[in-house]
Design a protein around this ligand. Structure first.
Ligand SMILES: [Zn+2]
Length: 304
């Protein structure tokens, strides 16, 4: 069975539609519970001719979109990205610097995994530092393009990461978590591959950004069919906490992982923009920083 077929099967069997059929899901007077806070029922949120999500009236989580097939993430999805690779690598250097800020002092050469690595900007930035850098992506063409450039990237169907427990010091994932079929299962797996003390950094669209708040479903490009969830910090952080992560504050400033005037200036500008857009509520996306604690909750209980 091809990956596309596997995903098509998954889509039709997805928990997003309790009766197993897309039309049934759209027409249902929905009786499912919020995956975050358990509130029932959820409110239908329709973006005409594009997608239907279900919004929790209590916590505000948008959820239960329909998973697309892999075809969407093949060639066209990554095409435009290659042209902007140098800029993306520069951004990745700043982003990695923000994760490194939370690592223990002794961890000078972290192992890094970027989930949804696309054309490999984060993997490149980490590899240029001489770090052990890996990427996974659902798109085979994206993975091929990384491999041609000598990067350690493998295909990943979105289920279980092909790595042993406690492998990485840093796990990053940019605009992926809103695409997954079950956020709790995925975060459990990401926790698994992080070493104790390891840092996870995610970025995802912000459901309460100014334009989404004021225009709702009319801001159609904010609500693509591929998004199964749309979060706010308040609706994503509890998922991470339930998986065992310690949620950390967004750092205001961190030095980039490579030096030079241009990179440092860019790091200042990038983080000033992040801070300003966050403070004013205009940020279309937000970042989640979280740590796998040095000991798991179960180990702490045993020790007590
Ligand atoms: Zn809720």
């Amino acid at each position: 069975m091809t990956v596309i077929e596997q995903h098509a099967n998954k889509a039709s069997a997805s928990a997003a539609a309790p009766t197993g059929d897309f039309d049934d899901a759209v027409n249902a007077t929905v009786a499912y519970e919020c995956e975050n806070c358990g509130t029932n029922p959820l409110e239908r949120f329709e973006v005409p001719r594009q997608t239907t999500l279900w919004k929790c009236t209590k916590c505000g989580l948008y959820q239960k979109g329909q998973p697309p097939t892999d075809r969407l993430y093949e060639d066209e999805y990554h095409d435009g990205y290659l042209r902007s690779l140098p800029r993306k690598i520069r951004t990745a250097q700043v982003r990695l610097g923000r994760a490194v800020k939370y690592l223990p002092e002794h961890c000078k050469s972290p192992s890094v995994l970027d989930v949804g690595c696309s054309i490999g900007a984060t993997v490149s930035a980490a590899a240029r530092r001489g770090w052990d850098a890996h990427g996974v992506d659902v798109s085979r063409s994206a993975v091929d393009s990384c491999r041609i450039r000598g990067l350690n990237c493998v295909h990943y169907g979105g289920d279980r990461l092909p790595f042993a427990d406690k492998t990485f010091d840093i796990l990053t994932s940019w605009h992926v978590i809103e695409h997954v079929e079950n956020v709790s299962t995925v975060l459990d797996d990401w926790y698994r591959v992080l070493k104790p003390g390891g840092i996870m950094v995610l970025e995802t669209p912000h459901a309460n950004c100014w334009k989404a708040r004021t225009q709702g479903a009319k801001y159609a490009k904010f609500w693509p069919a591929a998004h199964i969830y749309t979060f706010t910090p308040d609706t994503l952080e509890p998922f991470a906490a339930r998986c065992g992560f310690e949620v950390l504050p967004n750092p205001w400033f961190a030095a980039p992982t490579s030096t030079g005037l241009a990179t440092t200036t860019y790091a200042l500008a990038y983080q000033a923009f992040l801070a300003t857009s966050r403070a004013t509520g205009f940020a279309k996306a937000f970042q989640l920083f979280a740590r796998r604690p040095a000991t798991d909750a179960s180990e702490r209980k045993q020790a007590a």
